[in-house]
Design a protein around this ligand. Structure first.
Ligand SMILES: [Fe+2]
Length: 318
């Protein structure tokens, strides 16, 4: 009775068509039915993103997490300060719906796990004293590469008014572990076994909200190539190509139509057994990146609690 990985996230958005274009451009397969759009990674048999149109502004609707079994989790959630919730209209009541102490809605669903991913060609790096790629070029002509292919959802980062309280809830209520954190400003939680370094992460803000979701691609080149291509189509803002200290992954973030973010990632740290992992408390210097371009001014801005909201036209003109 614990979280074993991520499943999906759902956002309320003002304009469904805008969202369908953004995520289709990012490489997802879309299915639109009425005022809802569902998106899946090509090759997967389940949805990873749900958009609900017609909202006054973008807002996090819920996140969905995979659990081994829900038996007993309701008691843990309540003991940790959360509450059991009803399934929202249009969503399955299978599993367990809960809200954390800040009102963030979480769907816990039993799911056996996704099929193994195709390993593809290994990303081989010739390094001092270590020649692992000989007699072939690493790079092919640009025209050889297909558009970015998101393989699976890796993690979701959400805003919270109290990072450490949110981490405690994930630990006690959902059976997750703290991977690492930077002060009480950002924190990263993982499943206890065989987990990406982070599954749900938190950043401090005046209220709850969606910051970004991150999808695995094949290698660091696909992060950079895919990020540049999506930026050209989306046109608002980006951050990357760079590499995080916390989690070690290469990243490229593209701003979505509502001022939150979409991330391609590669080479995330893997926590095989949380009991054998020592969480580190990093300084703020390492909270965002080990290296990369300057961080956009509104990278950690929660437009969901900003009365002015995100104004993409203004940003584009500046
Ligand atoms: Fe991320």
């Amino acid at each position: 009775m614990a979280v074993t990985g991520p499943l999906s996230f759902a956002l309320e958005v003002p304009d469904l068509a805008t969202g369908v274009k953004f995520y289709t451009d990012a490489g997802f397969e879309a299915a639109v039915e009425g005022n809802a759009a569902r998106f899946r990674c090509p090759g997967q048999d389940r949805d990873s993103i749900v958009l609900l149109g017609g909202a006054p502004k973008k807002r996090l609707h819920h996140i969905a997490l995979r659990v081994d079994r829900v038996d007993g989790m309701a008691d843990n959630v309540v003991a940790a300060g959360g509450a059991v919730a009803a399934a929202p209209d249009g969503f399955s009541d299978a599993g367990l719906w809960v809200a954390d102490m800040h009102g963030m809605l979480i769907h816990l669903a039993e799911h056996g796990g996704d099929a193994d991913l195709d390993a593809g060609t290994p990303f081989a790096v010739n390094a001092p004293g270590s020649l692992v790629r000989k007699s072939r070029s690493a790079m092919l002509p640009r025209s050889s590469y297909a558009p970015a292919h998101p393989r699976r959802l890796g993690h979701i980062l959400v805003f919270t008014p109290d990072v450490l309280a949110s981490v405690a809830f994930m630990e006690r209520g959902l059976g997750m572990g703290l991977a690492d954190r930077a002060q009480d400003i950002v924190a990263f939680t993982c499943a206890k076994k065989n987990s990406d370094h982070h599954v749900v992460a938190f950043a401090k803000a005046p209220g709850i909200g969606f910051h970004h979701a991150s999808f695995m691609v094949g290698d660091p080149d696909e992060v950079g190539r895919g990020g540049r291509a999506l930026l050209a189509k989306a046109g608002f803002g980006d951050w990357g190509f760079g590499r995080h200290t916390i989690g070690s992954n290469f990243f490229h973030y593209i701003q979505d139509p509502w001022g939150s973010w979409f991330e391609y990632y590669s080479d995330m740290d893997h926590i095989e057994d949380h009991d054998l992992w020592t969480p580190t408390v990093y300084s703020m210097e390492d909270s965002l990146a080990n290296w990369g371009p300057p961080v956009p001014d509104d990278f950690v801005h929660n437009y969901e609690v900003d009365p002015a909201g995100f104004r993409p036209q203004q940003l584009a003109a500046e």
